[in-house]
Design a protein around this ligand. Structure first.
Ligand SMILES: [Zn+2]
Length: 297
């Protein structure tokens, strides 16, 4: 699905480009970087376990954070062939499109050495009230990356399984759109936003949380972790009961590529993960419920 729209965008951690849209009204503040794990700085974990199912068929190494996002931590023998097919399908749905361009700009690891990234990007600017299409080279094009904003999780009530998309926060990467327009003699610029697959995005975030909890040795304490695994692997329409977005203001963590940490909630006592991809850009933070820490509901 594609749509052409005008948006307010987050660039360098600020909402800088105010235009008309029904987006999530994000505001961004600089956060301190204490008490966090930078995914790119974690050391590879050596624990060895199937984490999604009981199958022994062709067990292989599974990444916690996708290799394409810079993930280096893997779980040896973590995934059977069938589970790998499932996780790789929803990760691929997220990592292509505009995220592929951002990965190129940020020089993220790529098995194809970014050869599949288009050499030019079409950008529409308005010159003398006329729309002009420019084929910008990929190094000079402004790139917009939409992040889904989900309804916040309510820990205390019964879970609402369907994923509620309440807005989109749009990050600006690559060239500054305003500067790009000015450089081409235009006051206005129109950029195309490619809508991402919100359920695939939520499943990817949940998979990162689950793998991270395993790597940190926290899964044995979680009573009902199979519910999250079922949602990630088999029942994606129930993923909304596990993944939500922290309300604005979004926090910017300078120098941190992706951010993740585990914490416990008080009542009910649960293990949750907070995950922020592109933390240095001030993208939204997602909360994932991994499971209950006590027997009683
Ligand atoms: Zn499996």
């Amino acid at each position: 699905m594609e749509g052409t729209t005008k948006v307010e965008i987050i660039r360098d951690g600020e909402v800088r480009w105010q235009t008309v849209t029904a987006s999530g009204q994000p505001s961004v503040v600089i956060a301190d970087t204490s008490d966090i794990s930078d995914c790119s700085k974690l050391t590879p974990e050596s624990s060895d376990a199937r984490i999604y199912c009981d199958s022994n068929v062709k067990l292989s190494r599974g990444h916690i954070l996708a290799f394409a996002l810079g993930g280096t931590v893997t779980i040896p023998r973590g995934s059977c062939e069938r589970c790998r097919g499932i996780t790789s399908a929803f990760e691929t749905a997220v990592l292509r499109g505009p995220m592929r361009m951002v990965r190129y700009i940020q020089n993220a690891p790529s098995r194809s050495k970014h050869e599949d990234v288009p050499k030019t990007i079409p950008v529409t600017i308005t010159l003398d009230r006329r729309e002009v299409l420019i084929q910008a080279t990929r190094d000079e094009a402004p790139i917009l990356l939409p992040f889904p904003i989900f309804a916040p999780l309510d820990y205390s009530t019964a879970k609402t399984p369907e994923l509620k998309l309440v807005g989109i926060a749009t990050g600006s990467f690559g060239a500054d759109p305003e500067a790009f327009a000015k450089q081409h003699g235009a006051k206005e610029i129109e950029l195309k936003i490619v809508n991402s697959d919100a359920i695939a995005f939520a499943r990817m975030v949940a998979k990162i949380a689950y793998g991270f909890a395993h790597a940190n040795g926290q899964l044995p304490q979680v009573k009902n972790k199979s519910a999250l695994v079922r949602a990630i692997m088999l029942e994606p329409n129930s993923i909304g009961g596990f993944v939500g977005t922290l309300p604005s203001p979004f926090k910017k963590y300078p120098g941190v590529q992706h951010r993740i940490f585990l914490r416990e909630t008080a009542a009910p006592k649960m293990l949750v993960a907070e995950i922020q991809l592109f933390a240095s850009a001030g993208a939204p933070t997602y909360v994932v419920i991994i499971g209950r820490l006590s027997e009683d509901d």
